[in-house]
Design a binder for this molecule. Structure first.
Ligand code: 5GP
Length: 127
């Protein structure tokens, strides 16, 4: 399936340095920064530097090096913020919206890292 990447999306502009972001971690293939509208005490977004719309696009088209880097970047952010439950932290939630039913707003793959308080059940049913 063809994927159409919009190079003017807000995260592409952050990657080009056209819009500021509060960087948490930068690696060869990935960037992590604080979400501008935090929904938890810790709310960090991790994005690949490559032009991937969502998770399935990334899994199909990214190189092994990009996928390894991105996976480890997410874990490194969790470790550096002291969130790892295996290392005494209180844990975290990872969330990656992909496509219209997920309510994805920015069409560049991103993983949300949410933490810092009990986050409750995963989904709230609409009334
Ligand atoms: P989505 O709904 O696509 O999964 O999440 C997009 C996220 O990007 C939202 O949580 C939103 O607050 C965040 N966001 C949108 N614009 C900006 C921006 O300019 N800077 C930062 N740091 N986050 C943004």
């Amino acid at each position: 399936m063809p994927y159409s990447y919009d190079p003017e999306n807000i995260f592409a502009r952050i990657l080009r340095g056209e819009i500021p972001a509060k960087t948490v971690l930068e690696t060869g293939h990935s960037l992590a920064f604080h979400d501008i509208r935090a929904q938890a005490p810790t709310h960090v977004l991790v994005i690949p530097k490559g032009p991937y719309v969502n998770w399935d696009h990334f899994a199909a088209a990214a190189s092994d090096a990009e996928i390894v880097d991105f996976t480890r970047a997410v874990a490194r952010v969790c470790a550096e913020l002291g969130l790892e439950p295996g290392a005494g932290g209180q844990g975290y939630r990872l969330l990656a919206n992909s496509g219209p039913h997920s309510h994805q707003e920015v069409p560049h793959l991103h993983v949300h890292i949410l933490a810092g308080r009990p986050l409750g059940p995963m989904l709230v049913r609409p009334e």
